[in-house]
Design a protein around this ligand. Structure first.
Ligand code: 9UX
Length: 72
């Protein structure tokens, strides 16, 4: 009920980009904590897999102009 996903984030240029991505992830129902690291170009997300999928996250971020790639 409490999974963690790690992503590479493509397309972030400035701190406002990182805030946009982080806020979007945190607004998704089922996401309990999302943290974006601009310098590392990564995102870490804690979520309930019964409510939200990593594919939902990827689609939501694509819509605002960035790309998530789930780490292996
Ligand atoms: Mo910063 Mo990101 O000026 O789209 S918000 S580059």
């Amino acid at each position: 009920e409490h999974d963690k996903a790690e992503f590479n984030v493509i397309g972030m240029t400035c701190a406002a980009c990182a805030n946009r991505v982080e806020k979007k992830l945190n607004k998704l129902p089922g996401v309990s904590e999302a943290s974006v690291n601009l310098a590392m170009e990564t995102a870490a997300v804690e979520y309930n897999p019964n409510s939200v999928s990593t594919n939902d996250m990827t689609e939501a971020i694509d819509k605002i102009g960035y790309e998530l790639q789930e780490k292996a």
